[in-house]
Design a protein around this ligand. Structure first.
Ligand SMILES: Cc1cc2nc3c(=O)[nH]c(=O)nc-3n(C[C@H](O)[C@H](O)[C@H](O)COP(=O)(O)OP(=O)(O)OC[C@H]3O[C@@H](n4cnc5c(N)ncnc54)[C@H](O)[C@@H]3O)c2cc1C
Length: 449
């Protein structure tokens, strides 16, 4: 997130998200340091008839955090509140950044059970949009929540768990910030573990044909496929006890140059170059993509889980991601490939394919069903709308559910058909925020007025 106070001659602060696609001018920007101070800001906004939204790291591609009302950051509300070593549950302040969690958990020998591709996000932001990693045996962040502290529109600081206000707890685990301000989050953690990573190029057809089997037999599988290429990169991560000696190089001890090359080749500088070449000569994109795929070398390494799950993302892009039913994933992938390649579009950004197990979080993209996630990306300097629309048609026809923090075109009517408990969510929202203190134009589009 870039946040410029009173930018460009304006008296108002200016908010811009990570990808640069969302800009807003909130009427104020505050960083409270306690839950009580948050409650005070909420009470003031309510008294003035204003709206209030919270921003985490501003890493959502959709305008979920945008507001022209009051904007609040919980960056100053970070760190651990309490640890239950026996239950392996940890209570964090809601503004804690994911990147800080491994060091916070290290003294307790604990770890997050799973992670996504980056760790810049705030814990509350990750929860509130259904952020996930990959692995059929795992859920996204919202599925790990065991208790919450939530400041609601009436200014109350409420303690929620499966026994205290169970219905509000259930929905507040993933609410796109529509039910109040999360100030504390308790998560189910696990014993710290290492990952053995195995990265290999495989034919696209093999990726599709073995998608189901690999997801069932490997802990965490993640695929990257450049349109028009016949091969994909399969990343398979296997969980092992921490420090377990293995025949593979430790990711932390790789020579600096080797590590830089691995990080830059396809994820960063190399990917930027590929996209600039494709922009300059769009007709050459299929050849550029095939060449970029060949550059991905097969390799094996190991390291602490967070070092292997997460990698830097320095090339700006826009993203749309849908979760489709697990059993349909392979067929949908073939259809997505056909839609892209028959259009001849110049897309030089890989698609990403992941999985997650079913959970019981009402607005989770994986609620009630095992899922395959299909994500499409476009370089920030290239218009993405036509590309995303054409792929979205395929994903919607497959009853796909869009990621709440990424770009999509769905509104309340479409979403209510995709989520069995959507109406319950709206009813709970009506009860706790009848005046839409936590509302915004985009939330009205998502959940109705
Ligand atoms: C480079 C990149 C990589 C990504 N990789 C992944 C990935 O691997 N997997 C994945 O699933 N997603 C991924 N995402 C998407 C990202 O995880 C989500 O958009 C996430 O919400 C961003 O977290 P944030 O802290 O930036 O939240 P923001 O974007 O700032 O906010 C998201 C929502 O959370 C709400 N919110 C924030 N804090 C609070 C609070 N305290 N109380 C109530 N509501 C709150 C906001 O109001 C908003 O509605 C990626 C995004 C980028 C830019």
């Amino acid at each position: 997130m870039r946040f410029l106070r009173g930018a460009a001659g304006s008296a108002l602060p200016r908010f811009e998200n990570w990808s640069g696609s969302v800009v807003a001018h909130p009427r104020s920007f505050r960083r409270p340091t306690t839950a009580g101070a948050v409650a005070g800001l909420v009470a003031d906004a309510a008294a003035d008839g204003e709206t209030l939204r919270v921003v985490g790291a501003g890493h959502s591609f959709s305008p979920v955090a945008a507001t022209d009302g009051h904007l609040v950051s919980l960056d100053a509300l970070a760190g651990i509140v309490a640890v239950d070593a026996a239950a392996k549950t940890v209570r964090f302040r809601a503004g804690t950044r994911l990147r800080d969690i491994p060091a916070l958990l290290e003294p307790y020998g604990l770890s997050l059970p799973n992670q996504g591709d980056i760790d810049e996000q705030s814990l509350a932001g990750a929860l509130s949009t259904g952020t996930h990693g990959t692995g059929l045996g795992f859920t996204g962040f919202a599925g790990l929540v065991t208790a919450l502290q939530l400041v609601t529109a009436d200014g109350r600081v409420r303690e929620l768990d499966p026994t205290r206000e169970p219905e509000l707890f259930d929905h507040a685990r993933l609410s796109v910030g529509a039910l109040g301000v999360l100030t504390e989050i308790e998560l189910q953690c696990v014993d710290a573990f290492d990952l053995v990573a195995d990265e290999a190029r495989i034919p696209f057809d093999e990726m599709v044909e073995t998608l189901e089997d690999r997801a069932r037999t490997c802990d965490h599988v993640d695929y990257y496929w450049f349109p028009y290429a016949d091969e994909a990169l399969a990343k398979s991560n296997t969980r092992v006890p921490p420090g377990a000696a293995g025949p593979y190089p430790d990711v932390r001890r790789r020579p600096r140059l080797q590590r830089l090359l691995a990080e830059e080749m396809l994820d960063n500088a190399g990917l930027g170059l590929v996209n600039e070449l494709s922009r300059a000569v769009p007709a050459a994109t299929p050849r550029i993509n095939r060449f970029a795929t060949v550059l991905a070398s097969n390799r094996r390494y190991r390291g602490p889980a967070h070092e292997v799950f997460v990698s830097p993302r320095r090339v700006r892009f826009r993203e749309m991601e849908y979760a489709v039913p697990f059993a349909d994933g392979a067929e949908v992938l073939r259809e997505v490939r056909a839609a892209i390649e028959s259009s001849g579009r110049a897309v030089a950004f890989p698609l990403e394919v992941r999985t997650a197990g079913a959970d019981d979080v009402p607005l989770s993209t994986a609620t009630g069903r095992d899922s395959v996630y299909i994500a499409v990306h476009q370089y920030h300097a290239v218009e993405e709308a036509g590309y995303f629309r054409s792929v979205e048609r395929v994903l919607r026809a497959a009853a796909g559910r869009p990621h709440w923090g990424k770009i999509h075109s769905l509104g309340a009517e479409d979403l209510s058909a995709l989520y069995p408990r959507f109406d319950d969510f709206v009813r709970v929202r009506d009860a706790v925020d009848p005046g839409r203190l936590f509302g915004s134009r985009y939330l009205t589009h998502l959940f109705g007025s």
